[in-house]
Write a protein that binds this ligand. Structure first.
Ligand SMILES: C[S@@+](CC[C@H](N)C(=O)[O-])C[C@H]1O[C@@H](n2cnc3c(N)ncnc32)[C@H](O)[C@@H]1O
Length: 218
């Protein structure tokens, strides 16, 4: 974590030592993901999870959309900021991870607040008749621009989009081959957002980079 940005190890330790600790449920979820799942590093982890939870608690959203549930870590973090009666919709195309995520969502007592939609986000998003306060884009990087285009009209004015992996291990800087669809997808979305007159945006150098977007108009 933070390797690309070369944060001093002692500073990183200090940051973690002065960040609210993780609760046992998320520690268990992280550990079990690492033991049982392929590509466990897709999980947000303690620091990024804390940030997502903090942002969600600041916004106090009524409706959240997440693209890419995986084992449910970020969904649980963000759902903790929901208003009473609020709902988080999360989309996942890999049916093998859904029972795992559901188990931990139940353990977190969030089964009435988190709704998992199984399927391809490109198919599911158009069917959601909800206006969101917060959207977290964390699915297939090659589809990032499509997620943005499909979800923008479903974001309330003043709403926030968070895009994970905005720096993609530094690959956004390098000339990527035409075949590197993931890097191209992220780089194209960063440009699309940055030139979008309807939004304000900032990239946070957290973990693999998080693009924060606020819908100002439109
Ligand atoms: C990086 S992981 C999500 C991690 C999770 N948000 C977290 O922070 O713990 C990406 C997930 O998106 C899912 N995914 C990829 N493309 C998708 C698509 N088109 N529709 C729905 N889910 C997709 C993958 O199966 C994978 O589980």
């Amino acid at each position: 974590m933070f390797d690309m940005l070369k944060i001093d190890e002692d500073i990183w330790k200090y940051i973690i030592d002065h960040t609210t600790e993780r609760d046992p449920l998320l520690t268990e979820l992280d550990r079990e993901t690492n033991l049982k799942m392929a590509f466990p590093n897709m999980l947000s982890g303690h620091y990024q999870g804390r940030l997502l939870e903090f942002i969600s608690k600041m916004i106090q959203p009524e409706y959240i959309l997440e693209i890419g549930t995986f084992t449910g870590y970020s969904a649980i973090c963000m759902a903790r900021g929901l208003k009473t009666n609020g709902k988080l919709h999360t989309i996942e195309c890999n049916d093998e991870v859904i029972p795992f995520a559901e188990k931990f969502i139940r353990k977190a007592g969030l089964q009435d607040k988190i709704m998992i939609h199984f399927g391809d986000a490109l198919q599911v998003i158009p069917r959601l008749n909800v206006f969101f306060d917060l959207i977290y884009i964390d699915g297939d990087k090659s589809q990032y621009c499509q997620y943005y285009e499909l979800t923008f009209s479903k974001l309330k004015t003043g709403g926030i989009i968070l895009v994970d992996n905005a720096l993609w291990d530094g690959k956004v800087l390098k000339q990527s081959s035409k075949k590197d669809d993931e890097t191209n997808g992220i780089r194209n979305l960063n440009e699309m957002i940055h030139t979008d007159q309807r939004v304000e945006n900032i990239i946070l150098p957290v973990r693999d980079g998080i693009m924060l977007v606020k819908k100002v108009t439109g």
